[in-house]
Design a protein around this ligand. Structure first.
Ligand code: CP
Length: 329
């Protein structure tokens, strides 16, 4: 028997902003229940025989596997589709893909995060034509499944009421690849809606999308949060409850990653180390969506240390992913 209310059946999950606070609360409550059921070994086959398509234009460890494991635990099945080996690589339209996959299954989840201006628009086009829920597994604008998991982990640490808690969202140096902007953008957008004091820090070249900055300001005003921008990781960490330092790329240089990485090398000192952690509150926690560039974004001492919550955070991807599937499919 499904204890899920029908109100969210069929809903897309493309940005957290499109779900109201009550709907996000319901998702978090559902995730908490699903976490408990899994830990107790109690079956919860709420999506028996349902099929979810996982359509990836980019690589993934957590997102793919939390969704595949999650739908299996819910009694359904996932089909993994790599964009490279599907007809999308030959230019098949999102309209045709949306209509056809919807006729085969019960949900379509898409990761399309590497090209600013493309991923979110692509999934909205699929959603326009598919009569099943479309879920955003990370686009150029937001990473809503990661945001829900982050919120869940913060609440597990500090309790449900996060109002007034300071979160430092800081750029950090990484040489591995030009990482999307969607995680910091998702954080400034969602955490301000929960009354948090969000402080953003980045070198001057690493600005976020102007519309997401405006959204964060508006959300902070509306929900008694706070949104400020500072110019160093140290300033952001000052007295923080949560630090979330991670790398992202330069918006204007997405097609030229080598140029962006060359500029990033000027900011190698933007690493989260024990000295910077000491600026935050004593009970502060370190979060990162992962994968982290160890030794560049963060030292082993911090990510493996007592303040790190990266593994519970990654685990919460499973429970929140299951909650969204169970509510919408
Ligand atoms: N955090 C996250 O989205 O991880 P993956 O890129 O491994 O899916």
């Amino acid at each position: 028997m499904t204890p899920i209310p029908p109100s969210l059946k069929g809903r897309d999950f493309i940005t957290t902003q499109e779900w109201n606070i009550e709907e996000i609360e319901l998702a978090l409550q559902t995730a908490t229940l699903l976490k408990k059921l899994k830990k107790e070994g109690r079956p919860h086959r709420w999506l028996a025989d349902k099929t979810l398509f996982l359509f990836f234009f980019d690589k993934s460890t957590r997102t793919r596997n939390s969704m595949e494991a999650g739908i299996t635990q819910l009694g359904g099945h996932a089909h993994f589709i790599s964009a490279e080996t599907s007809q999308a690589a030959h230019g098949e339209s999102p309209k045709d893909m949306g209509i056809i996959l919807a006729s085969y299954g019960h949900g379509i989840a898409i990761r399309h995060d590497l090209v600013p201006g493309e991923g979110n628009a692509y999934m909205r086009e699929v959603a326009k034509w598919a009569d099943v829920p479309v879920m955003n597994l990370q686009c150029d604008i937001d990473h809503p499944f990661q945001m829900l998991a982050d919120l869940m982990t913060m609440r597990e640490e500090f309790g449900e009421d996060l109002r007034g808690r300071k979160i430092a969202v800081s750029w950090a140096y990484a040489p591995s690849y030009a990482k999307p902007l969607s995680v910091p953008q998702g954080l400034i957008s969602l955490m301000t809606r929960f009354g948090m004091h969000v402080t953003l820090a980045h070198p001057p070249e690493f600005k976020l999308m102007p519309e997401m900055m405006r959204q964060a300001e508006q959300n902070a005003k509306k929900h008694d949060g706070r949104f400020e921008i500072v110019d160093s990781m140290e300033a952001a960490f000052e007295n923080a409850d949560i630090v979330y330092p991670k790398s992202w790329a330069i918006l204007e240089l997405f097609g030229r990653p080598q140029e962006a990485l060359a500029i990033a090398r000027n900011y190698r000192s933007w690493i989260c180390d024990a000295k910077k952690m000491a600026l935050a509150k004593k009970e502060a926690i370190y979060l990162h969506c992962l994968p982290a560039d160890r030794g560049n974004e963060v030292t082993d001492e911090v990510i493996d240390g007592p303040q790190s919550r990266v593994y519970p955070e990654a685990e919460d991807r499973l429970h929140t992913g299951k909650a969204i599937m169970a509510l919408t499919m």
